[in-house]
Each structure stands twice: as structure tokens, then as C-alpha cells.
Design a protein around this ligand. Structure first.
Ligand SMILES: Cc1cc2nc3c(=O)[nH]c(=O)nc-3n(C[C@H](O)[C@H](O)[C@H](O)COP(=O)(O)O)c2cc1C
Length: 233
């Protein structure tokens, strides 16, 4: 354990709240540095950087090896401005040099199934939509961590779901493709101060051992497992 590790934990949990564990790694160290950044310099993200980021994204696990996601890299300023409007006029969507729009993409699977003359009725099930959204989120999280490792910064943009039809029109999305969220990528403009590390809940609020123990937790209330059907009440 080093001072820097303890400092990083202090920023997340409050001073002295979580003593640094003996176990640490460069990846954990990097992940603890995460900050959403909302002010960007105009410097472009290079093709080379984008290639490396997408390689990291594609290295994420993917449910049933289905790769049910795609991503649109938007650099065009006019499209970025239009996406910004869709996302509630968030200035960083317009200003960041690169907007990655992460897609739950079941259209490619449908296309492949049709080419192979295989049935694809399962694609219409809610479970497949969940699979595609989870796949997109896992790829996106790898991407933002990779971008940050290259000295870039990012911010997820859930506001991309404010007007899903407009976003689909702007990006040319076919049926069975849904924009889950956007993600600004670029170099942070810290001239007015760098974005802060935001604190997290104490681990006791999110980490449970062997079963969810909610009795002590404010705001969650007591939960009991009903023996007859296993539902959480
Ligand atoms: C799925 C998702 C959607 C988000 N949408 C937005 C958004 O539309 N605009 C924004 O400025 N930040 C957005 N955020 C960033 C969160 O506000 C941010 O992660 C949270 O406040 C914690 O701050 P931190 O990322 O700096 O630790 C989003 C984050 C996630 C995970």
C-alpha cells in the first residue's frame, strides 16, 4: 500500500474511511482515477486512438459470443450539434471532438440469420434486448477506461435516449438498433479547473456477502424471501 493508493481511496470514500487493501494493481489504480469530464479542448481524437479504443471495447465479454452491439463515432460538428440538441442541449456533446454513440444492435444478428437461412424469432424477445444493452454497456466501459489510459477523458451521455427516434434518424439506425447512450471523448479543458473525483457510497451499502442484507441499510427497508416462490418482497 502506498500513500497514493490511500489518497485515491480517501477521494472515493472520505478521509480514512477505507484503509487501502494490501492487494492493488495498475488497472485498479487507473480505474480509481475515473472522472466524468464535461469541458473539452478542440484537439481531435486521432484515428489511431479510436482504433485502440475500439479494440479495447471489442475485448469485453459478450453474452453468448453474440456481439450484439455497434458504435457510431461522430466527429462531424453539425451532427454533434444536432445530437447535443437531442440530449437536452448538453454543451459537452457539441464541444467534445468525438461522440461515441453505443448501440444495442440486433439488426446485424437478424441479417446474419437471414443470410444463413436460420430462424431469428428469438431476436424479438425482451431478453435479447437486455443482452444487447448489456453488451453495449460492457464494451463502452472498456472504451472509456481505454481512452482515459491514453490521456483522453470522457463522459457517458444517457441524454441520448431523450429523443431516440431523432437520434436514430440522425445516425441512420435501422429497426432493431437502439442508441443506449452517447459518450463524449476528448482532451479535458482544465483551464477553469479539472473535473473532480466524485465520492462513492460506502462499500457496506453495495457489497453483500452470500445474500442481500438490507435490514441495517437506511432507505432500503426490510426484505424477506418468501419460501414458497422465492420472490423478494
Ligand atoms: C449510463 C450513464 C448515463 C449518463 N448520462 C449523462 C449525461 O447525459 N450527461 C452527463 O453530463 N453525465 C452523464 N453521466 C455521467 C454521470 O453523471 C456520472 O458518471 C456520475 O455523476 C458520477 O460521476 P463520475 O463519473 O465523475 O464519477 C452518465 C453516466 C452513465 C453511467
Amino acid at each position: 500500500m502506498t500513500t497514493s493508493e490511500q489518497q485515491k481511496l480517501d477521494l472515493r470514500y472520505g478521509p480514512g474511511r477505507l484503509p487501502a487493501p494490501e492487494t492493488w494493481s495498475p488497472v485498479i489504480d487507473h480505474l480509481l482515477d475515473h472522472r466524468s469530464v464535461r469541458r473539452y479542448r478542440p484537439d481531435p481524437v486521432s484515428d489511431d486512438q479510436l482504433t485502440a479504443i475500439i479494440a479495447a471495447a471489442q475485448s469485453a465479454a459478450t453474452s453468448s459470443n453474440l456481439h450484439a452491439w455497434s458504435v457510431v463515432a461522430v466527429r462531424d460538428p453539425a451532427t454533434r450539434a444536432a445530437l447535443s440538441e437531442c440530449a437536452g442541449n448538453q454543451a459537452h456533446v457539441r464541444d467534445a471532438p468525438l461522440q461515441l454513440v453505443w448501440l444495442a444492435d440486433l439488426a446485424r444478428l437478424e441479417h446474419v440469420a437471414r443470410l444463413a437461412e436460420r430462424p431469428c424469432a428469438a431476436l424479438d424477445y425482451m431478453e435479447m434486448f437486455v443482452i444487447a444493452v448489456v453488451d453495449a454497456a460492457l464494451a463502452a466501459q472498456n472504451a472509456i477506461a481505454a481512452a482515459q489510459s491514453l490521456g483522453l477523458s470522457g463522459c457517458y451521455i444517457g441524454g441520448m435516449r431523450n429523443q431516440p427516434e431523432k437520434v436514430a434518424e440522425l445516425l441512420g439506425l435501422p429497426p432493431k438498433v437502439f442508441a443506449v447512450f452517447g459518450m463524449t471523448i476528448g482532451i479535458e479543458d482544465d483551464s477553469a479547473g479539472a473535473a473532480a473525483i466524485k465520492p462513492r457510497l460506502p462499500q457496506s451499502a453495495v457489497l453483500h456477502h452470500d445474500a442481500l442484507s438490507a435490514a441495517e441499510e437506511p432507505g432500503r427497508g426490510r426484505r424477506r424471501l418468501q419460501p414458497h416462490d422465492g420472490r423478494l418482497l
